[in-house]
Design a protein. Sequence first.
Length: 53
Amino acid sequence: MHLAELKAKSPTDLLNLAEELEVENASSLRKQDMMFAILKAFAENEQTISGDG
């Protein structure tokens, strides 16, 4: 997952992704918190996260 792709997603898309990753209380999280929870879930599943610097 590329950070820019994650930032470009709508809140609805982020919620769907968070639910697929079984993020707890995803529907009550703000967009920024949801993105962090998604990134954390990716890291826990040892999936690659990339970004530009």
